[in-house]
Design a protein around this ligand. Structure first.
Ligand code: ATP
Ligand code: MG
Length: 351
């Protein structure tokens, strides 16, 4: 019996639809396992700009800082594309405020689902990887300069920044298949040499039981789609992780299936599907809720330490996919809300 405070940030586009699915699933888990989830809904992104002229209002920040975990739908949309204030600033602000430095994106292709992949079935069938992307350093946060004829982007990493994200990867590997692939460009880039040296040292000192390999980012891009089954945990810096995780997201066949967790030094985390606000299908009940429900499963596991409950949610999702109760992106005909209902029914039935 426990009480947990969850802040829900529905955001824009299909964000509110998928966030509602997450809340439904948590309520069912609460009923079945005897936990109380207190939900507090707050503004972020475009809707926050519209209502408060601020993509990340102070009361949203205060609520997120006080919560046990944060569940986010999606932010952004064409409506705000040409405005000086951008919905995405809300996302960067919440990550920064919560000190989230590791972005985890699990990606797996169940053999029964491999036919949905745009890649060859035998290549993807059974692939099961976790990409750990560094979230606060590298090119995206370095100093930038610009003149009429030249521009620079500073790429900076410290040993401490590399170590803390590498720890997340090694710890995750111990709970999975015990292998880490560290991705860099150490043959060319100095930050990559620091990255590799730091990881080798940490591995030797604390994680020698975990298998470690190093890959260069260019060949890694190729291997992700030619032999995805050889990878367990992949750890890499900010920009390489951004690119490789979008590449890996095509493996299962729909972006709507994948969730993510962003974690910091405390147990607190931000959980969101990897897809965006999908304005083309917003308000039509077409959005696949599974990416958000996968994020909820990580929320249960990582922030609330409820592994059994997370397993139950994962099993409910698998059962509904296996039964062919699918949204349109997976070739089905069900509205998103019906898929959510089916998963909730599975959770209650599995009790
Ligand atoms: P962002 O810039 O926020 O990442 P985007 O425009 O790059 O957004 P998405 O919003 O993720 O991308 O949409 C990409 C495509 O995938 C769209 O055609 C959208 O309809 C589809 N899509 C995204 N999420 C889902 C979902 N949950 N269910 C079904 N289709 C989805
Ligand atoms: Mg996108």
């Amino acid at each position: 019996m426990a009480q947990f405070n969850i802040v829900v940030l529905p955001g824009d586009g299909i964000g509110p639809e998928v966030a509602a699915a997450g809340v439904e699933a948590l309520k069912a888990i609460g009923d079945v396992y005897g936990h109380t989830f207190n939900f507090e809904e707050k503004l972020i992104g475009g809707i926050a700009i519209d209502e408060r002229n601020d993509p990340y209002p102070a009361d949203t920040d205060a609520a997120c800082l006080a919560a046990d975990a944060v569940l986010l739908g999606a932010v952004g949309g064409p409506k705000w594309d040409l405005q000086p204030k951008r919905p995405e600033q809300g996302l960067l602000a919440v990550r920064k405020s919560l000190g989230l430095f590791a972005n985890l994106r699990p990606m797996d292709v169940a053999p029964s689902q491999a036919f949905r992949s745009p890649l060859k079935e035998d290549i993807v069938s059974g692939a099961d990887m976790l990409i750990v992307r560094e979230l606060t350093g590298g090119l995206y946060f370095g100093k930038q300069t610009r003149t009429e004829t030249q521009a620079t982007d500073e790429c900076l990493y410290t040993v401490a920044e590399v170590e803390r994200v590498a720890r997340v990867a090694f710890e995750a590997a111990r709970k999975r298949r015990n292998k880490v692939t560290s991705v860099d460009k150490a043959n060319v880039i100095e930050t990559s040499r620091l990255w590799r040296e730091t990881i080798i040292k940490l591995h030797k000192a604390e994680y020698s039981d975990v298998e470690l390999e190093h890959a260069l980012v260019d060949s890694m891009a190729m291997h992700l789609v030619t032999r995805p089954k050889s990878f367990d945990v992949i750890v890499t810096e900010n920009m390489f992780g951004d690119i490789l995780s979008d590449l890996a997201s095509v493996l299962p066949g729909s972006i709507g299936l994948l969730g993510s967790a962003s974690l910091g030094a405390t147990g607190k985390g931000l959980y969101e599907p990897i897809h965006g606000s999908a304005p083309d299908i917003a308000g039509k009940d077409l959005a696949n809720p599974i990416g958000t429900l996968k994020s909820v499963s990580m929320l249960l596991r990582f922030s609330l330490n409820l592994g059994k409950e997370a397993d139950a949610l994962d099993a409910a999702i698998e059962a509904v996919i296996a039964a062919g109760q699918l949204t349109k992106d997976l070739g089905g005909t069900l509205p998103g809300s019906e898929v959510t209902k089916a998963i909730v029914a599975q959770i209650r039935a599995g009790a």
